[in-house]
Design a protein around this ligand. Sequence first.
Ligand code: C2E
Ligand code: MG
Ligand code: MG
Length: 539
Amino acid sequence: MNSRFKKQISLLGSILGVSLIAPTIFLSISYFEYISATRAMLRANVDSGVQRIDFLLKNGSDVLSDVARNVDPNTPNDPNSKAILQRIVYDKPLFREIGIINNQGFLTLTSFGPVDPPQKVSLDQRSNPNDSSLQILGPLQTVVMGEESIVLSLPTQELGEVNALVHPIILTEPWGVDRSLHLGNDGFFAYINTKNGEILAGIGIIPSLETIKNEQTKNLIRFSRTSYNGDVLVISEVSKNWALKKWRRMLFISGPITALTSGLMFFGALQLINQLEGLDRELKSGLENKELVIHYQPILNLKTRECVGSEALLRWYHPEQGILSPGLFIPVAEKTGLINEIGKWVVMQVSQEQKQLYDKYLDLYTSINVSPGQLNSGSLDDLINWFQKPSEENQPCQPHRFVFEITESAAAIRPGTITTDILSRLRTLGSRIALDDFGQGYSGLSYLHQLDVDILKIDRFYVAAINQNPQITNILESIIDLGNKMGFTMVAEGIETEEQHQFLCSRNVTYGQGWLYSRPVPIQEFELFLNRSRSSVDD
Ligand code: C2E
Ligand code: MG
Ligand code: MG
């Protein structure tokens, strides 16, 4: 598999990944949302259950203590005793009946009055006499009630047991949960006596305390709390299956939409890659067919107007579309990696085309643009290695004739970076480094001193502002001032008027280029310009 193909596969993989990230995040978040909403619902129900049982137990304890205090053990048949029990049953609908079972185990008094004859209560329906706190029994079918009741029982020394009967429904109705939840199929809600594991009340199919304790909760959402005295566990659980019903429905609807948008993005990217590939192929064959041409824009000493060098600027003589500027095809070459090949070709081509001029003018130099892609991909590294190994191919290349222009955006040229290393190797070979389009706003003046470059090329934007925009002209003056003070060679780009020329001269900018002197021209025209400029200076 060649490396470009691998690159494409990984690019497509990344695009597919990116197009799937958003829906995946959305679905994951909504998954946890549904789970946590269900957990919140269970918590609210259990909390309200705990409130109910706590209220019942506290009331039961108060009422039964009241009875124990006020009913005379010696006269249980007293009408007053009956009245005490009756008042409770009338006043507090929580309790369906109050009764007293004497120490011999006979029910002797209810709110209806004395039980005559007293009725024996079996041991399994009685509380533990050795525990003087409020006890919870049942639910039981008691002597007085046909239906099952929860029995709250307070053992006392003199009276025996004072009991209150409570209908279990008090703990479960009315029940406010999501209407789509069918307790029974989907889960349960229960009050369980923690002392004996009896289920006091509940809704749904309620497992035993033992099962609950040992059960795996992986597929369940469960919440529980105990009553204030720890005697009753209030617990509710539902299956994750129920909690995720709505989420699954959403998945069912959004799944195909997500797949469709991801697919569209993927194929869009595929087309873009194909388009780039097409351009790349064209550019490659353009390079082979010698459709790429270098134009040279003279760089002048502003005071003497002598041409000191030139900037090499690529042009593509496209067979169908005419002359294409680098702004159109350099970005494509950068994306596809062809820029590395082009970069080396430019160096060789300049060296060949200017060989005679270099021999004639020993100080003549050429500025060559280096794109960010070239800096980051290691192609400049290759170029340096190529320079260093003498060969027939690189024989005409003289590194000291070159200024390599890097843009501020590419110039992560802070001390210690790879770029700095490459640049310092180039300088060791005798080349110089220029910071192109300076002032476009990446480096700023604040760390000019950290830049390991020789030349600052002042961006055309500032030159165009001369005498047009006073604020930008002020900034330009600061840049020039600072650049000069810090010992950089300054080259102004895009000089179009005599006024701009005069301004820059008066501010001691040494060099410049622009349409005022010459547009970028083919080598023959450049040679004429150079010779003319040198001879006029000699005169
Ligand atoms: P750059 O290096 O900033 O080049 C200066 C640009 O300003 C050139 O545009 C040039 O034609 C234009 N220019 C020069 N004087 C004037 C003037 O007085 N007025 C105006 N309005 N424009 C002027 P061009 O040739 O279109 O190049 C655009 C960019 O393409 C260059 O910007 C450079 O970054 C890049 N480039 C050109 N050749 C190469 C190359 O061989 N390799 C790489 N990597 N990039 C290149
Ligand atoms: Mg440039
Ligand atoms: Mg520039």
